[in-house]
Write a protein that binds this ligand. Structure first.
Ligand SMILES: CC(C)(COP(=O)(O)OP(=O)(O)OC[C@H]1O[C@@H](n2cnc3c(N)ncnc32)[C@H](O)[C@@H]1OP(=O)(O)O)[C@@H](O)C(=O)NCCC(=O)NCCS
Length: 397
């Protein structure tokens, strides 16, 4: 039995400038007291309009926060919102407040020109409204006892170097050369070093040096601080962001096992990251299919596809790519409706958001169903896809 509120809900709306203590109380109660410290990209004054809340009487009962950043997808730049710290006060749950606030976040992001939403979760609250896991990616694991693979990835002359905030310019220079990435303001690096939390866990930053300079970096969860780790569990190194030379990243996996005395090291390799996949496979490792982190939903389908049209033209040719018309049944941000793609004479249909996300961005093992409609157009578009799935790393909220 859910208690009825005594005052009507006020919101969803942006957090008021005087409501920070109320928000701190809500997210501290639902998650942990360090939330403001651990999520500085979300909880800062310049992001207040993107902290969507519902108030009842003297307290905030629901919060859905998001950040907005540009992201590069193999050339084209899109605008991405990342949702996190979704919370309803225990006594107010089950009344639909979370669902209303999530939709408000999509509407507000849409009004801010966002193309794609990433959500750091996959529960019914999100999947019911079309959010899906995406990414034809892999997880690779290097076991400490796998001497042959460890020898194969080890490059003499490379060494691990601990990084600090002083290294942000070098890190930024390596990161900005990645083909698939968030376009990260320096502030986000500073916040990450300041709070030391990446992808919800205390993390260390390591550079890989060839003696003359840093050629790659990896960010790893601190093996002794991995969440839900029980005493006696074997330590493992989880790489949550990497950039730069793929030989050096692979080398780091083995070096980090020694560094932490860990039993294994894991890295998530995006479907587009052919170089790291190749280095690891040559070393005898096999990737396990894995989606990117969390779930996604497209916000503005015609807008997104307009931005990635040059990438599609690179894959299937200018003539067909320039003829393609991308239509959504509903306005941007809406959870409902299907999607039509036509080239003037042929059309295909994706029934809903649940079908659209995996079709566009791939899924592990490529198991998503074919779109309905013209078979030849579907086949031609299949060779233009998937688009690369983004990985959060430092941008996780
Ligand atoms: C998750 C959370 C924010 C949901 O808030 P809420 O205000 O109770 O959300 P709603 O009332 O809209 O939905 C709650 C539940 O009602 C049910 N429900 C709501 N709408 C429904 C619908 N249309 N059909 C069927 N079931 C529905 C579902 O069981 C839903 O839970 P689910 O997400 O596990 O499927 C809240 O439970 C919470 O704060 N949990 C702890 C923190 C957390 O886990 N946050 C999410 C991190 S990813």
């Amino acid at each position: 039995m859910v208690a009825e509120p005594t005052t009507p809900p006020d919101g969803p709306r942006a957090l008021g400038s005087d409501e920070w203590p109320l928000l701190d109380h809500l997210v501290s109660t639902v998650f942990r007291p360090e939330m403001f410290h651990d999520y500085p990209q979300l909880f800062n004054a310049s992001n207040r309009a993107n902290l969507r809340v519902i108030r009842e009487g003297g307290q905030l009962v629901t919060h859905v926060g998001f950040t907005i950043r540009p992201a590069v997808l193999l050339g084209p730049v899109i605008t991405v919102a990342c949702i996190g710290a979704v919370a309803t006060a225990p006594e107010a749950r089950g009344r639909g407040l979370g669902s209303v606030c999530v939709q408000d976040a999509f509407d507000h992001a849409s009004a801010s020109g966002v193309d794609l939403m990433m959500i750091s979760g996959g529960r019914g609250l999100y999947t019911r409204v079309g959010c899906r896991e995406v990414g034809a990616d892999h997880r690779f694991t290097l076991e400490a006892g796998n001497a042959a693979s460890r020898r194969a990835v080890t490059r003499p002359g490379l060494t691990l170097v601990p990084l600090t905030a002083h290294d942000i310019p070098a890190l930024g220079a390596i990161h900005e050369r990645e083909a698939v990435r968030f376009v990260r303001p320096r502030d986000d690096w500073e916040r990450a070093f300041d709070c030391g939390i990446v992808m919800n866990t205390p993390s260390d930053f390591w550079g890989v040096s060839d003696g003359s300079g840093t050629v790659a970096y990896v960010v790893v969860h601190r093996p002794d601080r991995v969440r839900n780790r029980k005493d006696g569990d074997v330590l493992f190194v989880r790489v949550v962001e990497h950039a730069g030379s793929r030989d050096a990243v692979a080398h780091a996996l083995s070096a980090l096992i020694d560094q932490y005395g860990a039993g294994r090291a894991e890295v998530h390799v995006g479907g587009h990251d052919a170089d790291l996949g190749r280095v690891l496979r040559h070393a005898g490792l096999q990737g396990v299919p894995e989606p990117s982190s969390g779930t996604i939903r497209v916000i503005d389908f015609p807008g997104l596809m307009g931005k990635v049209r040059p990438l599609i033209a690179g894959r299937i040719g200018h003539d067909l790519a320039s003829r393609l018309v991308f239509e959504a049944d509903e306005r941007a941000g809406n959870a409902r409706g299907g999607f039509t793609i036509g080239d003037g004479s042929r059309t295909i249909r994706l029934a809903d958001h649940g079908a659209l996300g995996p079709w566009l961005f791939g899924d592990p093992g490529d198991t998503h169903p074919e779109p309905d409609g013209d078979r030849s157009l579907a086949a031609e578009l299949a060779s233009a896809l998937p688009l690369p799935a983004l990985w959060y790393g430092v941008n996780y909220v």
